[in-house]
Design a protein around this ligand. Structure first.
Ligand code: 13P
Length: 245
């Protein structure tokens, strides 16, 4: 039985004050929830997020990390630094990283390897663009993004997030049926490459998840929770998403 997981991706939003206020509102929500909850603020807000959520059960993670362990890489943050700070999670290969920062699947795989050496749990994002979906290539694209991670079997704690690019920040959510179809495909892919571990790996859906659609999405067999952008910046909205999981 996979425990539901709801992860907030704040992207590049928030001041220190707004981050503290939002987290404080989430503390009682997460304490009462059956789902596991994590937040991924911008790097600079990680220390305060760790402080506010200490002993609360809310996990904290980065939105990205370097593929390198250390060195002359100005502006980068190593996975080991996130772990050292006390983070539990890191998002890898978000479509915005792939699109705006030219992250290839091979680079995402290198980051994944660097994360494995730390105690962090990776949340690896996959997903197709609208054009790829319209060309009937959605599954092929997602399979390619997963294939590069398969040098060795994934760990049971690893998380995959299916985020169709056309549904991110657009208000256009994949229908529960469309999302389940891809999640089922990902599960089958994992079964073929990782054996029984596939049943334990959580597959999150991301893309315009909000209070109004969360329950139906999370009710699908292979959707184990959500990676939430915009709606995670509003405490009441995000609380409703957590409670739907
Ligand atoms: P939205 O929920 O704002 O569509 O963003 C989804 C996302 O990219 C989460 O990582």
């Amino acid at each position: 039985m996979r425990q539901s997981l709801v992860v907030a991706n704040w992207k590049m939003h928030g001041s220190a004050a707004s981050a503290i206020a939002l987290l404080q509102e989430l503390l009682p929500v997460a304490a009462a929830a059956s789902a596991e909850v994590a937040v991924c603020p911008p790097f600079v807000h990680l220390p305060l997020a760790l402080q506010v959520t200490a002993d609360s059960g809310i996990g904290v993670g980065g939105q990205n990390c370097s593929e390198h362990e250390s060195g002359a890489y100005t502006g980068e943050v190593a996975a080991s630094m996130l772990a050292d700070l006390g983070c539990d999670w890191v998002i890898l290969g978000h479509s915005e990283r792939r699109q705006y920062f030219a992250e290839s699947s091979e680079l995402v795989a290198a980051k994944y390897s660097s994360v494995r050496a730390t105690g962090l749990t990776p949340i690896v994002c996959v997903g197709e663009t609208l054009q790829q979906r319209e060309q009937g290539k959605a599954q092929e694209v997602v399979a390619g993004q997963l294939q590069v991670l398969m040098d060795s079997p994934l760990s049971a704690s690893d998380v995959i997030a299916y985020e169709p690019v056309w549904a991110i920040g657009t208000g256009q959510t994949a229908s529960p049926g469309q999302a389940q179809e891809m999640h089922g495909f990902i599960r089958q892919f994992l079964r073929e490459h990782c054996g029984e571990t596939a049943e334990q790996i959580r597959i999150l859906y991301g893309g315009s998840v909000k209070a109004a659609n969360a329950a139906e999405l999370f009710g699908q067999e292979d959707i184990d929770g959500g990676l939430v952008g915009g709606a995670s910046l509003d405490a009441a909205e995000f609380a409703a998403v957590i409670n739907a999981a």
